[in-house]
Design a protein around this ligand. Structure first.
Ligand SMILES: [Fe+2]
Length: 207
């Protein structure tokens, strides 16, 4: 999950710096992006192989998604960021989609813009993983953008993964069912020790 989602924030930040007006910085991004792509591939193929093997319970997989996507959304920084505004104006950073977009930058929402593109990318990737989820099981999903956030407009608000605002008194109990607990980790470690086929082999992937 870390290499899948959190390194993906790295890909976004490096891409934004690849448009920097400071050429030595911009030019050092391509080799770093290449390196990052190996990490992202490990995350994507790894999760695909785990889901395909069908041994790790999908509700635990979902809990780890619920942990790591919000952490990664937080990494894009605060909403209405004035530093993101000035980094753009001073030419230190571009937008993630700088090369593709014809639109002017929305300077008051620079972090929100890249965070939104990241969120869409996560959704597309989880859709791909869902092809390996058996028909009789619930599909994996990307939690609501407001869920489990610690930075930005929705920081520490009791939103559920489906985007409902919960009563504060019920939130703690809800979260125990929504993000990994010690017993989930114990179960995963047991599975890894006792079930050699917890992850599908590489060669079996597209069979
Ligand atoms: Fe990385």
């Amino acid at each position: 999950m870390f290499t899948y989602f959190t390194d993906r924030d790295g890909k976004f930040q490096l891409t934004m710096l690849s448009y920097s007006g400071f050429a030595p910085l911009a030019q050092s991004m391509n080799p770093m992006l290449k390196e990052e792509s190996f990490h992202l591939g490990t995350g994507h193929d790894g999760l695909k192989r785990i889901v395909r093997a069908g041994v790790v319970p999908l509700n635990i997989v979902q809990k780890y998604i619920n942990k790591w996507i919000p952490v990664s959304l937080d990494l894009f920084g605060v909403d209405h960021s004035s530093s993101a505004h000035w980094f753009y104006v001073w030419g230190l950073k571009g937008r993630y989609d700088e090369a593709q977009t014809q639109q002017g930058a929305d300077l008051g929402h620079m972090n929100e813009h890249s965070r939104g593109l990241f969120y869409l990318e996560c959704k597309k990737l989880i859709d791909q993983i869902n092809k390996y989820v058996p028909a009789d099981q619930p599909k994996l999903y990307v939690p609501d953008e407001r869920f489990n956030r610690h930075i930005g407009e929705f920081a520490d608000e009791p939103y559920s993964a489906s985007g409902d605002l919960l009563p504060a008194a019920k939130y703690e109990e809800y979260m125990r069912g929504a993000v990994p607990q010690e017993e989930d980790l114990d179960l995963i470690l047991q599975i890894q020790q006792n079930e050699p086929k917890w992850v599908a082999s590489k060669g079996a992937m597209e069979a």
